[in-house]
Design a protein around this ligand. Structure first.
Ligand SMILES: Cc1cc2nc3c(=O)[nH]c(=O)nc-3n(C[C@H](O)[C@H](O)[C@H](O)COP(=O)(O)OP(=O)(O)OC[C@H]3O[C@@H](n4cnc5c(N)ncnc54)[C@H](O)[C@@H]3O)c2cc1C
Length: 431
C-alpha cells in the first residue's frame, strides 16, 4: 500500500489560489501560517495593506501539519514558570497560554469556522507511579484556574472506562480541550485574509531584508522585491539565517504523526470517548486521537531532530502505537512531520527584532491557539501600541541560545538523556 507523506488533512482537490507579489505594501509578512494570517487579518481590518510571502507551497508549514490539539494549559507547569519568572509573571504566563485555547475555541464557535471542531476533552495518562505527582500538580493548577469545569483525576479503574489501551495508573481529564482540523482552520484564515483584500504569495522565499530608509524595508525574493513600512517575521520553527537575531532564539524541534485507515466497527466501539485526545506523561510524550472519519491519528517526538526519514518515522510510530493500543491493526496510510519552534526558556515571545521589524514565535508545541493569538497581538502593536493589552510575552526578555552551531549536537545528547530517563525512571519499553 502506498503511504502518503502529506498530512492527512490536506485535500489535494482543494486548490489554494495565490497572487503574484506586489511591489509595495504597508506591512510585509514573512511566512504564511497561522501567525501570519492572523496578524494579516487584523491589519487589513485596521486599514493597512498586507503582503504575505510564503517560501514554499501555501500553508505548508506547521500550521497545516499539526495534530489539531487546542489544549487548555501551557507547555510548562505554572510552578516551574513561577520558579523561573516570579509569582506574578509566572502565573500570568501560564494563564495567557491556557486562555489562548479558550479564546480560540470561542472564536471558532462564534465565527462558525468550518474546521471539524470537536470539544472532546484531553486525557493525560501516567503509566508509572513516578509520573503521578506531576499529574496531580497539573490537576491542582487547572482546577484552581478553571474551577467547576469538570476537570477530574481518574484512578486506574475509572481510567480504564475512558481509555481502551494499555493500562495506566492515573489520568487527568480536562474537558476544556478540543480538537480541530488544522488545515481547514488555516484555509479558513487564508480565505478570510484574501476576502479582505490581502495579498498571499506562495513559492516566494524571502532571501534578504534590507532597511532602505528609517521607515522602509525592501524584501528581496524570487519575484523581485517588495517595499514595506513595517515587517513581521512569522517563521516560527522554520526561522532561518535570514533573521539571525531570531534564529539565535527560536530553534526547530521535529514532531511526527501517522494516520491509519478508518478503524473497523469492533475497534471503534472500544473507545467510549472517541473524540478525546490522549497524551502520555513521558518526557517524549505521545499523543493520539480518532478523527471524525474514525482514523487513528498518532504522534510523538522522536528525539528532538527535525527532518527524519518518513519511513523510519512510520516504523517507530507504528511500534509506539502498538505499545499503547495493541488491539488496533489498521494500516498506516499517512506519515508526516514538521517543525515546532522552541525557545530556551520554553515560553513564546513577541516583540521587535529592530525598529519596525516585529516577530511572534516560539510556541513550544502549542501554536494553534498561541500563533492565532500572538498574530493578533503583533498586529495590535503595529496598529496602535498604546492600546496593546500588557502581554507578558512582550515584557519577558527573550534569551538567546549560546553557540547555536552546536545546537544539533546538544539536542542529540539531550534527547538521548530524556529517552534514557523515560526508560529507566518510568520503565518505558515502548521505544
Ligand atoms: C507535527 C506537528 C504537530 C503539532 N501539533 C500541534 C497541536 O496539536 N496543537 C498545537 O497547538 N500546536 C501544534 N503544533 C504546533 C503548531 O502547528 C505551530 O506552532 C503553529 O502552526 C505555528 O504557526 P506559524 O504560523 O507561526 O508557523 P508555520 O505554520 O510553521 O509557518 C511558518 C512558515 O514560514 C515559512 N518561511 C520560513 N522562512 C521563510 C522565508 N525566508 N521566506 C518565506 N517564507 C518563509 C515556512 O515555509 C513556513 O510555512 C504542531 C506542529 C507540528 C509540526
Amino acid at each position: 500500500m502506498d503511504i502518503s507523506t502529506q498530512p492527512i488533512w490536506v485535500e489535494p482537490s482543494v486548490s489554494v489560489a495565490t497572487q503574484p507579489a506586489s511591489r509595495t505594501a504597508d506591512v510585509g509578512i514573512i511566512g504564511g501560517g497561522i501567525t501570519a494570517l492572523s496578524a494579516g487579518i487584523s491589519l487589513l481590518q485596521a486599514g493597512f495593506s498586507v503582503q504575505i510571502l510564503e517560501g514554499r507551497e501555501a500553508l505548508s508549514g506547521a500550521s497545516s501539519r499539526a495534530f489539531g490539539n487546542v489544549d487548555v494549559g501551557a507547555s510548562q507547569s505554572m510552578a516551574s514558570l513561577i520558579k523561573s519568572h516570579g509569582l506574578v509573571t509566572g502565573e500570568k504566563l501560564w494563564l495567557e497560554s491556557a486562555h489562548a485555547a479558550i479564546a480560540l475555541q470561542e472564536h471558532i464557535k462564534h465565527q462558525g469556522i468550518e474546521c471539524d471542531y470537536l470539544p472532546g476533552g484531553h486525557l493525560k495518562i501516567a503509566f508509572h507511579p513516578r509520573q503521578e505527582a506531576a499529574i496531580v500538580g497539573e490537576y491542582d493548577e487547572l482546577t484552581q484556574a478553571f474551577p467547576q469545569q469538570g476537570i477530574e483525576l481518574l484512578d486506574s479503574t475509572e481510567l480504564s472506562k475512558r481509555w481502551p489501551g494499555r493500562k495506566g495508573c492515573l489520568g487527568l481529564l480536562n474537558p476544556l480541550t478540543a480538537t480541530i482540523n488544522p488545515y481547514k482552520f488555516s484555509l479558513a484564515l487564508l480565505s478570510h485574509f484574501c476576502s479582505l483584500g490581502g495579498n498571499y504569495t506562495a513559492h516566494c522565499e524571502v532571501t534578504a531584508v534590507k532597511r532602505i530608509t528609517e521607515e522602509k524595508f525592501e524584501l528581496l525574493h524570487n519575484q523581485g522585491e517588495t517595499r514595506v513600512t513595517k515587517l513581521i517575521s512569522a517563521t516560527n520553527g522554520y526561522t532561518s539565517r535570514l533573521t539571525p537575531w531570531l534564529k539565535r532564539r527560536v530553534f526547530p524541534v521535529g514532531s511526527y504523526i501517522f494516520a491509519t485507515s478508518p478503524l473497523n466497527e469492533e475497534m471503534y466501539e472500544r473507545f467510549s470517548s472517541p473524540h478525546q485526545i490522549v497524551t502520555t506523561a513521558y518526557n517524549f510524550k505521545q499523543y493520539m486521537r480518532l478523527d471524525k472519519d474514525r482514523r487513528l491519528i498518532f504522534g510523538g517526538r522522536l528525539g528532538l531532530s527535525s527532518g527524519l526519514d518518513e519511513m523510519k518515522v512510520k516504523q517507530e510510530l507504528t511500534r509506539l502505537a502498538k505499545h499503547f493500543l495493541p488491539f488496533i491493526d489498521s494500516q498506516c496510510t499517512h506519515v508526516w512531520g514538521g517543525n515546532l519552534g522552541f525557545t530556551k526558556d520554553m515560553i513564546p515571545h513577541l516583540g521587535q527584532v529592530e525598529k519596525g521589524h516585529y516577530y511572534a514565535a516560539g510556541y513550544c508545541g502549542r501554536g494553534l491557539p498561541l500563533a492565532w493569538l500572538y498574530g493578533r497581538h503583533v498586529a495590535d502593536i503595529i496598529i496602535d501600541d498604546q492600546n496593546l493589552e500588557p502581554l507578558c510575552a512582550v515584557s519577558v526578555p527573550f534569551p538567546s541560545i549560546a553557540m547555536i552551531q552546536a545546537l544539533p549536537f546538544r539536542n542529540k545528547i539531550l534527547s538521548s538523556f530524556l529517552s534514557l530517563k523515560d526508560r529507566l525512571l518510568f520503565n518505558f519499553n515502548g521505544l
